[in-house]
Write a protein that binds this ligand. Structure first.
Ligand code: 5AD
Ligand code: SF4
Length: 450
């Protein structure tokens, strides 16, 4: 490739871990065309805005960012190719080109393997490209192996889409129906990631524990079996998966938490509400007690398992009593980490049209009360780690010279004094202090498992 063929690509990523993964894969698809990563959008030959539609004023945020990118595009003499990808692109489609005619490409999450062809079409002056259909072919069959290592910790999408149709959620509409990749392609990608230096892999899916993929022998495996197979991938020290639905925590998956030591004792299992009335209104298809029973069984399988979850406050119809049921559930279960959100109406979802919308002030008050309780529990959990010897996977340099940073089994960032050659290995660290968003420790034993 000559200097003149080299082009600079900047990808802006909003939203979930799957978008982070997708952004990496979009860069992989464009690499053979000469696109190399650019740290800034200014002066880039192509900018992709990979968007999220899950909450808030998603579309408004996109148009305001596009306004900023428009000026940068004009500064390049309009040579910059501007693409909008992800879930807002999927949901808004042609509306994006109508409101921002300087955008060249609008593409949904299922079509980015076709980016080279879209770029070729968009490069012909004046051409606009919209690709938001769900194509018949599987994009994963058309993506090249990633040439750019993700690092010590890596994401691997194994499942996409969702058939659950929770009342509030836009995902089944933007990401489409549930689809599982085959076990063989997942195992191949995992081996490729570890060969590139990954030591921890997080399996991703909108409903990751609904994964049921074709096995090499033609049968169908569930996630429990896949985790057992992945545990044998050379070089892999840690496995995680996110995000799960309580309905899909089957017996074999729970048993995998007992049997697979590389599966980290930390699980993100959204519940959304502690009120059965709200769970029914949300179409979650489980009760608060179902959830409690599942985590009891998980705790029996893996006694050191810590939990993380998601909550929505102010879903249509939520009363003070419903909210109190959520607070009670939090007090009973206790979470090491949790994300909580005010209900945000998503166009086209059943809850958006429900009559009993909750007043903004009530949502605010409930969110504050819930977050205060969750913060307390999060701090208490981190404080409980002080004095423990925990395995820490070192992922990179620390903030200060002579420091390295890693991750606890429970996803806390951990800082210790240590040599940079420990990066990519797991060592035992005595935790000596907890800070609001991290832990500090000292090396006890360099296991140097690489
Ligand atoms: N409003 C607020 N929160 C939402 N989530 C999904 N849709 C909405 C919405 N419309 C939250 C849920 C989900 C997390 C990814 O985002 O808690 O688990
Ligand atoms: Fe959305 Fe998750 Fe419900 Fe699927 S299971 S509809 S992704 S909240």
């Amino acid at each position: 490739m000559t200097e003149t063929d080299r082009k600079r690509l900047h990808v802006i990523t909003w939203g979930c871990q799957m978008n982070v993964y997708d952004s990496g894969r979009m860069a992989d698809v464009l690499a053979p065309l000469g696109y190399a990563p650019a740290a800034e959008p200014d002066g880039a030959d192509m900018v992709i805005l990979n968007t999220c539609h899950i909450r808030d004023k998603a579309a408004e945020k996109v148009f305001s960012e596009l306004g900023r990118l428009r000026r940068m595009k004009e500064a390049t003499g309009n040579c910059m190719i501007l693409a909008v990808a992800g879930c807002v692109a999927q949901a808004e489609g042609a509306e994006i080109l109508a409101r921002a005619p300087y955008v060249d490409i609008v593409l949904g999450p299922q079509t980015y393997h076709r980016l080279p062809e879209m770029v070729a079409r968009a490069s012909r002056a004046g051409n606009k490209v919209i690709e938001t259909d769900f194509p018949p072919e599987d994009k994963f069959d058309h993506l090249p192996e990633s040439a750019t290592p993700q690092g010590v910790t890596a994401f691997l999408t194994i499942q996409e889409g969702c058939d659950k149709f929770c009342s509030f959620c836009v995902v089944p509409y933007t990401r489409g129906a549930e689809q599982s990749r085959s076990a063989a392609t997942i195992l191949r990608e995992a081996r490729h990631l570890t060969a590139q230096g990954a030591r921890e892999i997080t399996l991703l899916g909108q409903n990751v524990n609904a994964w049921h993929g074709e096995a090499p022998d033609g049968t169908t495996w569930g996630l429990g079996r896949l985790l057992r197979e992945l545990a044998d991938v050379p070089g892999l020290l840690r496995l995680r998966y996110a995000t799960s639905h309580p309905r899909d925590m089957d017996d074999d998956l729970i048993a995998a938490h007992r049997d697979v030591p590389t599966l980290m004792p930390f699980l993100h299992l959204p519940i959304q509400s502690g009120s059965d009335r709200m769970l029914a209104a949300m179409n979650r298809k489980h009760t608060a007690d179902d959830y409690r029973r599942i985590i009891d069984r998980l705790g029996d399988a893996r006694p050191d398992l810590a939990l993380s979850t998601d909550f929505i406050v102010g879903h249509p119809g939520e009363t003070e009593a419903d909210f109190e049921a959520t607070m009670t559930l939090v007090r009973d279960v206790t979470f090491a980490l949790a994300y909580s959100f005010k209900y945000s109406p998503r166009p086209g979802t059943p809850a958006a049209g429900a009559p009993a919308q909750v007043a903004e002030a009530d949502k605010d008050r409930r969110l504050q009360a819930l977050q205060a309780l969750l913060r307390e529990q999060q701090t208490e959990f981190a404080a409980g780690c002080v004095g423990l010897d925990l395995p820490v996977l070192f992922t990179g340099p620390g903030r200060h010279p002579g420091q390295i940073a890693g991750r606890s089994p429970f996803l806390h960032p951990v800082h210790v004094s240590g040599s940079a050659d420990l990066i990519g290995t797991e060592s035992i660290v005595r935790i000596v202090a907890n800070y609001p968003n991290s832990l500090a420790g000292t090396l006890v034993q360099e296991r140097r498992i690489a």
